[in-house]
Design a protein around this ligand. Sequence first.
Ligand SMILES: Cc1cc2nc3c(=O)[nH]c(=O)nc-3n(C[C@H](O)[C@H](O)[C@H](O)COP(=O)(O)OP(=O)(O)OC[C@H]3O[C@@H](n4cnc5c(N)ncnc54)[C@H](O)[C@@H]3O)c2cc1C
Length: 317
Amino acid sequence: MGADAASSLFNPNKNISGMSRSRRRTEVAVIGAGPAGLAAGIQLRRYGINPLVLDRDGGGGLLRNANLVENYPGFPGGIPGPELVRLFLQQAHQAGVEIIQAEVTNLDWGGGEFCIETPASQVLSPRVVIASGTTPRKLSDLGIPVNLSRRIFYEVYAMAGIVGAVIAIVGAGDAAFDYALNLARRNRVILLNRGENVRCLPLLFERASTCPEITYRRSFTVLGLETAPNGSMVVRCLGPGGEERIEVDYLVGALGREPQMNFLSADLLPKAQELEKMGKLYWVGDVRNGLCRQTSIAVGDGVRAAMQIYMCQEQVV
Ligand SMILES: Cc1cc2nc3c(=O)[nH]c(=O)nc-3n(C[C@H](O)[C@H](O)[C@H](O)COP(=O)(O)OP(=O)(O)OC[C@H]3O[C@@H](n4cnc5c(N)ncnc54)[C@H](O)[C@@H]3O)c2cc1C
């Protein structure tokens, strides 16, 4: 460890680069402003509690990627994910929920409170709601050439401006098919499933099958990526007929997701269960829901955590 890094451990107001960090306290810190964190924030405000919500991207969460949400009550005709996110954020702002754009890099517990670190600030709070969702499994075993890395995506909301491109999607679950339907509105899509069977909702498969812009190829394993002489990307695949090379502009990995909790300090992990029992720490939404990752469940989790926090405070009073 260098001298700067060592001294930053003893001076909480300095980060490793030596820059000064702001420090503040909050009644409840919420990590993540997706549906779960926003619902927690809105419900806390109903009780007159002022939470601070921190989000790496500013808010909205994974739902920004959803093509059409048809199972969230209140929208009988369905609603595009980005539009539902806009409404969630609008409601949170109207309720007075403070949301700051900041990545939580460390969460620790000591001296009866949590310490939440971001690159520019340190937040102290007696209670924390973790609503950090999930992180995508990466195409790490492909050895992606550095010059191609900017053409690889794991979510599609950042691809909204791409038009007329050829895009390969690797995966066979709900997200892969949802991404395909979304991107096929403006591009040509090739879905690559390394298996025989799909693992998505039948209605998504049906819609993709009848979409002329989507080509579905099963039993296609991606072997590697190369740069073509014209600069475009070549996906090397092993298909039923042998090896094939498919030229594309972009590649999207939809290989499943894992809970996002890399910011928890090693010291906090063994104490987490005890802190939950004490009503100090809450897990809400996709980060805790295994395969049951749905917006309405995430929202319900967030509301319940806020109610529990309120009830804890009432007991203390
Ligand atoms: C393609 C697709 C289609 C979907 N369609 C539907 C559907 O039709 N119906 C449905 O009910 N659900 C759907 N979902 C699922 C839905 O999006 C999720 O269940 C929901 O977004 C989960 O909410 P969440 O708040 O738990 O997590 P997320 O939405 O993942 O939000 C987590 C937030 O935490 C932030 N964060 C993470 N780590 C940090 C950190 N270290 N510091 C600060 N912030 C951090 C992230 O930036 C993010 O904003 C779909 C998902 C996808 C991908």
